[in-house]
Design a binder for this molecule. Structure first.
Ligand code: HEM
Length: 451
């Protein structure tokens, strides 16, 4: 240390984010909460054009720093200096209902748990899940009401819940599956409750009770699951080991399974709603996918078959670009830092947006247009920057279930298109709300015409 360093006045800690470009929102106290929840993309894009790639905003009762674009995404998600906490950002929304999930862990703790869980997502294990899902999905889709309009969102949500009861918990369809599904739906709904008081009859109380049902189910079956091995996540988590032989305690198995149900369910439901809508609007893509599916060797696709469907992959990638189920990824700074020339204090809420990034004209040709071939090797538009297409996030918290999501979505699309032509009303446009998870607001009325 040179003598002049001793003479420097210590830098005062940065106290707030008021020196950043931005505003406090339209309303006192509420700030921009209402447009955030009802008009997220246009509002955020307007701020981006006005203030640039970093700005402050005020919504959901907190000041947040918003960072926009692939470069910003890389800073937050790569997090080379371990500056950004996922736990501190997600805890306020999830820690009562889904405690100790991977997203609610940071750094060393997170790394250890993630390494153990990874065993349940290896290729050979995923191949077994395919075997379980194929007949269930085919059978359920065969019973889809046809020759009349149906709300596809409700149908697919119910189907995926039954599949989840089997694939995640190892519960056969029946009374117990119905009970587990109900408990889980209540816990999911409570994660969005505004009033968090345990008053009987409220969404929040039903959610807490739902969690108890799930906990009791897992606790009751854990010894049996540890004793035998079966093709469901519950059993896999009971037997999972990392390279050093570390394994999960009973409580950790319980909490990870419940969190997994949460992380998987709405995200895949959302993706399938958006994909089926886009296929209804672009019937030529139904024909292209059907041709690709028909060329497969097996009518019930194997894990390897699913890896050989380039057009279905582009459709899924384009769907996730246009309608990323997780539109915003939040973090909280653990120390003061400097980003794009601005000091950001410790404990600041800071976020990036996959949704905004996916509509930046600087990075995508005609981002409003459904154009799956932009993902083909010839065009590879998404490869200009590694953090330009990020529906699954990135860095150490990148979605652990992305391969599982891909096989599930492809299996549903395959059985659906082999059986039906999908039709929307003339000139129908899906009304949707992208936050907190992208969903059609009208249930997505569609017709499924048997082939
Ligand atoms: C298309 C469907 C899906 C999308 C778009 C999606 C998206 C994401 C995103 C953006 C994150 C990162 C959140 C963050 O960094 O704060 C994430 C994390 C996670 N996802 Fe997914 N997900 C999907 C399906 C699934 C499925 C099917 C599973 C389980 C089978 C799953 C399990 C998880 C888990 C456990 C995490 C936390 C990972 C960690 O913190 O290390 N997801 N997901």
């Amino acid at each position: 240390m040179s003598s002049s360093d001793y003479l420097k006045a210590p830098r005062k800690p940065c106290a707030d984010v008021n020196h950043l470009p931005g505003d406090n929102g339209a309303l006192p106290l509420l700030g921009d909460t209402i447009p955030f929840l009802t008009n997220y993309l246009p509002m955020s894009m307007e701020k981006y054009r006005k203030y640039g790639k970093i700005f402050r905003s005020h919504a959901l009762l907190q000041k947040t720093v918003v960072m926009v674009g692939p470069e910003a995404n890389e800073i937050l998600l790569k997090d080379q200096q371990k500056l950004f906490s996922s736990k501190k950002a997600w805890d306020p929304f999830l820690d009562k209902l889904f405690p100790n999930g991977l997203m609610l862990m940071d750094f060393g703790d997170h790394k250890l748990n993630r390494r153990i869980l990874q065993a349940a997502f290896k290729k050979d294990v995923l191949a077994n899940y395919v075997g379980t899902m194929n007949p269930m999905i085919a059978q359920r889709l065969a019973a889809l009401p046809h020759n009349r309009e149906v709300a596809f969102k409700d149908e697919i949500k119910a189907l995926l819940l039954d599949v989840a009861a089997q694939v995640f918990m190892g519960v056969e369809i029946g009374d117990e599956a119905a009970k587990i599904n109900r408990a889980f739906v209540h816990a999911m709904e409570a994660s969005l409750a505004i009033v968090k008081l345990p008053i009987p009859g409220t969404t929040w109380k039903k959610g807490l009770d739902g969690r108890k049902v799930l906990e009791a189910f897992i606790e009751q079956h854990i010894h049996r699951k540890r004793a035998q091995q079966s093709d469901d996540f519950f059993s896999q988590f009971c037997h999972a080991r990392d390279e050093e032989g570390n394994f999960l305690s009973d409580e950790a198995v319980r909490d990870h399974i419940i969190f997994l149900l949460f992380a998987a369910h709405d995200t895949t439901t959302s993706t399938l709603c958006s994909a089926v809508y886009l296929l209804a609007k672009n019937p030529e893509w139904q024909d292209k996918l059907l041709e690709e599916f028909d060329a497969l060797a097996h009518s019930a696709p194997s894990f390897d078959d699913l890896g050989q469907l380039p057009l279905a992959s582009y459709v899924m990638q384009e769907t996730l670009r246009m309608y990323p189920p997780v539109p915003v990824i939040p973090r909280r700074t653990v120390r003061e830092t400097e980003i794009f020339g601005y000091r950001i204090p410790a404990n600041t809420s800071i976020g990036i947006s996959p949704l905004m990034t996916h509509y930046l004209e600087e990075w995508w040709t005609e981002p409003q247009r459904f154009d799956p071939m932009r993902f083909s090797p010839e065009r590879a538009e998404h490869k200009k920057h590694f953090y330009q297409w990020l529906p699954f996030g990135g860095g150490s918290h990148k979605c652990i279930g992305l391969n599982f999501a891909e096989i599930q979505v492809k299996i549903v699309l395959l059985h659906l298109l082999k059986r039906y032509r999908i039709e929307a009303r003339p000139a129908y446009t899906m009304p949707y709300n992208p936050v907190p998870i992208s969903f059609p607001t009208d249930g997505l009325p569609l017709r499924f015409i048997p082939r």
